[in-house]
Design a protein around this ligand. Structure first.
Ligand SMILES: NC(=O)c1ccc[n+]([C@@H]2O[C@H](COP(=O)([O-])OP(=O)(O)OC[C@H]3O[C@@H](n4cnc5c(N)ncnc54)[C@H](OP(=O)(O)O)[C@@H]3O)[C@@H](O)[C@H]2O)c1
Length: 321
C-alpha cells in the first residue's frame, strides 16, 4: 500500500511516499481502508520532534514511521475479539497513540472508533475526533454567561470550541493572527485579539482561559483571570507545561485562581457528542483545504506554517461523500 513515511525528525522534506506492507489487525483492532485523515498540531509536533514531549518513546528517531491519527474510512478486516464493528462499517476516530493515517490502510483499536454519522462526509468526520474531544472538554469548564478566552483559536480545536461555547451561551474572546480575525468573528467570537500585535493577558478579566499553544508565565495568565477564574493549558512549550504543573497550584493557593493543565481524555465518548452537533447542523466543521495522500508534505507545511483556517484534510481516496 502507499504510505507517507518518515524516519527522522525534521520539516515536511523528511516525509517520503513509499510502498509498505498493509498492516495486520491485532487482537481488538480493525483494519480500515482510509478515505480521509485530518491534520492536527500533534502531527506537526511529532514530525518535528518538538516540543520535547513529542519525543516520548522516540528520543532520537520517531517511534512511529507513519503519522496521521484522525481517521475516517471503511472497515475491511477484523482482529481477534472485535465485537463492535463489522466489515463494511463506515467509521471514524483518533488513533493518537498509533498514528498510521497517512496511508491507504491502518489498523486501529476498536475502542478508538465510532460509526460515522451518515450526515457527515468522510472529510468532515476525519476533522472531528481529536479537535472535538479537546474542544468539548475545554468548553465544559465554562458556564453560560461567563467570559472565556481561547488562545490559538483559529485552528482545528479552537474553531470547534468557539462554536460549542457560543451555543452554550458563553461569551468568547478569541486569540490568533490577524489573518484569522474575520473567521473568528464568523464563528461567534465577540472579541478578537491578534497575537502578533497584542497581548491577551493585558485584556480581560476572563472567567476561563484555555490556551492551545501556551508559552506564557503563570503570572501573566493570573493577571488576565477574574477572581476565582480558571486557566488551563492544552498544548504548548514543555517549559510552560512544567510551570503550570508546579508553580500554577502554588499561585492558585495564594490567589484563589485555578491554573493547570487539561489532560484531554480521548475516545468516542468525548468526540461523538461533537460530531452529533455537526451532523444536526448546530455547529459546523470548518475545513480550510483538502490535499491528496501524495501531497501530505504540502498539507503539513500548509498547516504548520499557519495558513489554515480551521482544519486541513487529506483525501486518501477520491471519494469524500
Ligand atoms: N493535552 C492533551 O492531552 C492534548 C492531546 C492532543 C493534542 N493536544 C494539543 O492541543 C493543541 C490543539 O491544537 P490544534 O490541533 O487545534 O492546533 P492548530 O489547528 O494548529 O491551531 C493552533 C492555532 O494556534 C495559532 N497560534 C500559533 N501560535 C500562536 C500564538 N503564539 N498565540 C496564539 N495563537 C497561536 C495558530 O495560528 P498560526 O500558526 O496560523 O499563527 C493556529 O491557528 C495542540 O497544542 C496539541 O499539542 C493536547
Amino acid at each position: 500500500m502507499k504510505a507517507v513515511v518518515y524516519e527522522r525528525y525534521g520539516g515536511p522534506e523528511v516525509l517520503q511516499v513509499r510502498d509498505v506492507p498493509v498492516p495486520s489487525p491485532g487482537p481488538g483492532e480493525v483494519l480500515i481502508e482510509v478515505v480521509c485523515t485530518s491534520i492536527n498540531l500533534s502531527d506537526w509536533e511529532n514530525l518535528r520532534g518538538s516540543p520535547a514531549y513529542a519525543r516520548i518513546g522516540g528520543l532520537r528517531r520517531p517511534a512511529r514511521r507513519i503519522l496521521g491519527s484522525d481517521i475516517a474510512g471503511r472497515v475491511v478486516g477484523l482482529g481477534d475479539g472485535v465485537t463492535r464493528f463489522a466489515v463494511g462499517d463506515e467509521v471514524y476516530g483518533d488513533n493518537l497513540a498509533g498514528g498510521g493515517g497517512f496511508a491507504e490502510y491502518v489498523a486501529v483499536p476498536q475502542a478508538a472508533l465510532a460509526v460515522k454519522p451518515p450526515q457527515l462526509s468522510f472529510a468532515e468526520a476525519s476533522a472531528i475526533p481529536q479537535a472535538g474531544a479537546i474542544a468539548a472538554q475545554a468548553v465544559a469548564l465554562a458556564e453560560p454567561g461567563t467570559r472565556m478566552l481561547i488562545n490559538g483559536a483559529g485552528g482545528g480545536s479552537g474553531a470547534l470550541a468557539i462554536q460549542l461555547a457560543v451555543a452554550k451561551g458563553v461569551r468568547v474572546s478569541a486569540v490568533d493572527n490577524a489573518r484569522k480575525s474575520d473567521f473568528l468573528r464568523q464563528l461567534g467570537a465577540e472579541e478578537v485579539i491578534d497575537y502578533t500585535s497584542d497581548d491577551f493577558t493585558r485584556h480581560g478579566p476572563y472567567d476561563v482561559i484555555v490556551d492551545l499553544v501556551a508559552h506564557r508565565s503563570v503570572f501573566a495568565y493570573r493577571r488576565a483571570l477574574a477572581r476565582g477564574g480558571r486557566c488551563v493549558i492544552v498544548g504548548g512549550t514543555l517549559r510552560t507545561l512544567l510551570r503550570m504543573l508546579t508553580i500554577g497550584p502554588l499561585l492558585g493557593l495564594v490567589t484563589g485562581a485555578r491554573l493547570g493543565v487539561l489532560f484531554v481524555r480521548q475516545g468516542p465518548s468525548h468526540f461523538v457528542q461533537v460530531a452529533e452537533q455537526c451532523a444536526s447542523g448546530r455547529i459546523a466543521v470548518r475545513i480550510d483545504r483538502t490535499f491528496t495522500l501524495d501531497e501530505v508534505p504540502a498539507a503539513l507545511a500548509w498547516h504548520g506554517e499557519g495558513h489554515a483556517l480551521g482544519k486541513v484534510v487529506v483525501a486518501v481516496r477520491n471519494e469524500t461523500a
